[in-house]
Design a protein around this ligand. Structure first.
Ligand code: COA
Length: 387
């Protein structure tokens, strides 16, 4: 594809159990995105808008994107909702970037939103469950924690890895979250805390799981050629890739590898024309601690079975050789489903512009985001650089 796209503005609410309703979360993230454009941006310049949302719990399950238009002050602009479960945000960004690159749209808004904490626990389990395979996994009573628990048990046994590798993922991401004012959890935990916590789906305990969070994030995407009229430091989307696999884990070739991530990574690197070594830090989909280890391996930063030792070596810490999830990841920052993929790109926008404050990754020049839907069923990967 000839054109490149650039992110010129970004907004983010606090993630967590928020008093605000979905409309108010949406409005806050969008207002902040417009305010962040260095030389200002008239809302009338927006020509397309995308909403990433699972429609959690039944809130405005149809036509939610028109609510975004109302709250963003964008009535008159074509809007669409993108739903790919937990990867909705990554796929909404992909749709916006492709529309901008093709020349079909001049300026796109991408919003990710979920309001989850106002639902009773049984309804939450139902709503998350129907984003997994409904014929086999749900019939067997499996939640997402259940599926990832089985994957984790298999992974630890297959690779003779101890559970301290999972505990270190949680410890590191909580440490990063403690530096992020938007994070759901801003408290540090030790590996012992992680290991002593109540079990959710063995071997995964409370601190191995992402929480249930509310929140919203927003991005403004322009053609690269126009980006400098808005800011001196646009963040370019150099390459994107995506892939979809069987929904049910049992249908896949391998239980401990996600092919969708590998396909998405191949596409993103090919488009960006860079190698893994050029990437300064990663934002990966750590919905459960095991998922961060799988991501490192499927993205090709570690051989199968080697992500645990890599994590335990400190390489993935914020100041390590390959920082992973400097914003706290889904684990500590939170996981309001539709907002997550958009939030990952928000973090890249802050980091590459040296605006990430206490959690700044030293020397960050290129970054990668990785957003997964279901237990590895769909994945979207993007590679970014700063102008
Ligand atoms: N990590 C750390 N602490 C957590 C937590 C998490 N994931 N989830 C909840 N807590 C804390 C709460 O803050 C609360 O602390 P407090 O007592 O100090 O206030 C305490 O644990 C109990 O919270 P509660 O909301 O009652 O927990 P719960 O038992 O209902 O839910 C999980 C815990 C792990 C089951 C729930 O967060 C969950 O289902 N997570 C996974 C969500 C998911 O599947 N998303 C899709 C992924 S693909």
């Amino acid at each position: 594809m000839g054109h490149r796209a650039a992110i010129i503005g970004a907004g983010h609410t606090r993630f967590g159990a928020m008093p605000d309703g979905p409309r108010s979360l949406l409005r806050s993230a969008v207002d902040q995105a417009f305010q962040s454009v260095d030389r200002g941006l008239d809302r009338a310049s927006v020509t397309d808008a995308y909403l990433a949302s699972l429609g959690f719990g039944g809130w405005q399950i149809g036509n939610a994107s028109t609510v975004m238009a109302e709250e963003a002050g964008l009535t008159g602009v074509p809007t669409v909702r993108v739903e790919n479960a937990c990867a909705s945000g990554g796929f909404a960004l992909r749709a916006a970037v492709n529309a901008v690159r093709s020349g079909a749209t001049a300026l796109a808004l991408v919003v990710g939103l979920e309001k989850m904490t106002d639902q009773p626990a049984a309804r939450r389990r139902y709503w998350l469950g129907v984003s997994g395979d409904t014929e086999w996994e749900r019939l067997a009573g499996l939640t997402f924690a259940g599926v990832y628990g089985l994957i984790a048990a298999r992974y630890l046994a297959e690779h003779h890895v101890g559970r301290e590798a999972l505990s270190e993922v949680a410890r590191k991401n909580h440490e990063n979250g403690a530096l992020n004012p938007n994070a759901h959890f801003q408290k540090r935990v030790t590996r012992e805390d992680v290991e002593r916590a109540a079990k959710v789906a063995s071997p995964l305990g409370l601190y191995d799981c992402c929480p249930v969070s509310d929140g919203a994030a927003a991005l403004l995407v322009a053609p690269a050629e126009a980006a400098r009229q808005y800011t001196d430091t646009p963040v370019y989307v150099d390459g994107m890739g995506a892939g979809s696999d069987y929904l049910a884990v049992q249908e896949r070739a391998d239980l401990t590898r996600f092919a969708a991530t590998r396909w998405a990574m191949d596409g993103a690197l090919h488009e960006a024309g860079v190698s893994r070594g050029a990437i300064s830090f990663l934002e990966v989909h750590d919905c459960f601690t095991i998922a961060e280890l799988l991501a490192l391996e499927d993205l090709g930063f570690a051989e199968p079975g080697a992500a645990g030792p890599l994590t335990l070596s400190g390489a993935t810490a914020r100041t390590g050789r390959l920082p992973v999830n400097p914003d706290g990841g889904l684990k500590a920052k939170g996981h309001p489903i539709g907002a997550t993929g958009v939030s990952q790109a928000y973090e890249v926008f802050q980091q590459l512009r040296r605006a990430a404050g206490a959690r700044q990754v030293p020397g960050a020049e290129r970054a990668l985001t990785h957003n997964v839907g279901g237990a590895g069923a769909t994945a979207s990967v993007a590679v970014y650089s700063v102008g």
